[in-house]
Design a protein around this ligand. Structure first.
Ligand SMILES: [Fe+2]
Length: 368
């Protein structure tokens, strides 16, 4: 009898031990995944945000060391963060891991908080939209890799769109990460639309979709975005994998969906959202575009693409005011909050740590 009692007690203690171990593990995991956001701290009068896109996990990516040396407050991945291009989720995960184990990436991760959105190649397939079959699995892999907190609302809706508002003294900075893949309608093949314009001396892939039912962001993301733009903030960085403020060029951009592009411009007007500018990627070069729209302040689209990828030429873009920079580079946005009218400085630095262009504006220029 004593032996049975002893065994029962032993079993009880064992399961208690197992239970407390599991409890400890869950709490540790929750703490690990939920404390990441707190790393992003903008704690003085100058905020410095680095960003870039289009880096292959097969390259060494020394650009991450250059970024780390600049000691920014934050790095934003704008998509094509890896070249996944697969329907095999084990392959996709291993390609993220390849990026994660890179010395230059580890160095940046150790020193600089990182947030991210995606574009086609890391979403899963070249130029893919809403019909990519593995978008939900790919989303989980993406969020896990970038250590999105387990309690993040980003894990509870379709797609990876997300927004944060950071306080810097008495000012607010909103960072909006768009998802231009999960909901995007099919593209339309190019059909000779600009054949008689000799600026387009290359082969174009896509035409302009003049159909208001074709969407880039999808209904739910539009509803969410309107609410975000209604929130109070001094400066808003809208981060989009593909370029917003450029001229149509026959490749992927918001210009393929003119109804969607106009809808966003109208939304900025109707919500009276001050301080909007775009950070974009995708094209394998850097440039600064300035889009002029009636009854709206100028919309700047600051593109940095080419963490390791390069391209032979830049496409026609009558909105371009700086660039193109064809070598590997990253974008650096500095906000000097000190004055009543903060200064916003846009710089592109290349992989040799050379400043390639610089453009400054005052917040009043992008305010109603
Ligand atoms: Fe892309």
């Amino acid at each position: 009898m004593q032996v049975v009692k002893f065994l029962k007690l032993h079993l009880k203690l064992n399961s208690l031990r197992k239970l407390s171990f599991t409890f400890f593990l869950i709490i540790s995991l929750l703490l690990f995944f939920s404390c990441k956001k707190d790393l992003v701290i903008f704690d003085d009068n100058t905020t410095r945000i680095a960003f870039g896109s289009c880096g292959s996990q097969n390259n060494d990516l020394p650009i991450f060391n250059v970024i780390t040396d600049h000691n920014p407050d934050l790095f934003i991945f704008l998509g094509d963060n890896i070249y996944g291009d697969t329907e095999d989720m084990n392959v996709l995960r291993s390609k993220y891991n390849q990026l994660g184990s890179k010395a230059s990436y580890k160095n940046m991760k150790k020193n600089v908080p990182i947030i991210a959105t995606w574009d086609d190649h890391d979403y899963g397939w070249n130029d893919a939209g809403k019909y990519y079959k593995f978008k939900e699995e790919s989303k989980e892999i993406f969020l896990d890799f970038f250590e999105e907190p387990l309690n993040s609302e980003r894990r509870n809706h379709l797609g990876i769109y997300h927004s944060e508002i950071y306080s810097i003294n008495n000012k607010k900075l909103q960072i909006i990460l768009l998802d231009n893949r999960t909901f995007r309608s099919n593209l339309k093949s190019y059909n000779g639309e600009v054949d008689d314009d000799n600026r387009y001396n290359y082969s174009l892939d896509y035409g302009i979709i003049n159909n208001p039912d074709s969407t880039l962001l999808g209904e739910q993301q539009w509803i969410w975005l309107e609410k975000e733009l209604q929130k109070t903030s001094d400066i808003r960085l809208i981060c989009s994998g593909t370029q917003f403020g450029i001229e149509y060029n026959g490749y992927e951009a918001w210009a393929n969906f003119p109804y969607e592009q106009q809808k966003l411009l109208n939304l900025i007007k109707s919500t009276n959202a001050n301080g909007v500018m775009f950070l974009t990627g995708d094209v394998h070069y850097a440039e600064l575009s300035k889009l002029n729209e009636e009854n709206l302040y100028p919309i700047y689209d600051f593109t940095s693409s080419g963490l390791s990828s390069t391209w032979d030429f830049s496409t026609p873009n009558s909105n371009r005011i700086k660039g193109p920079i064809m070598e590997n580079q990253f974008g650096l946005l500095t906000i000097n909050w000190e004055e009543n009218n903060p200064e916003i400085i846009m710089e592109v630095w290349d992989v040799n740590n050379t400043l390639r262009f610089k453009h400054s504006i005052l917040l009043s220029e992008i305010s109603f």
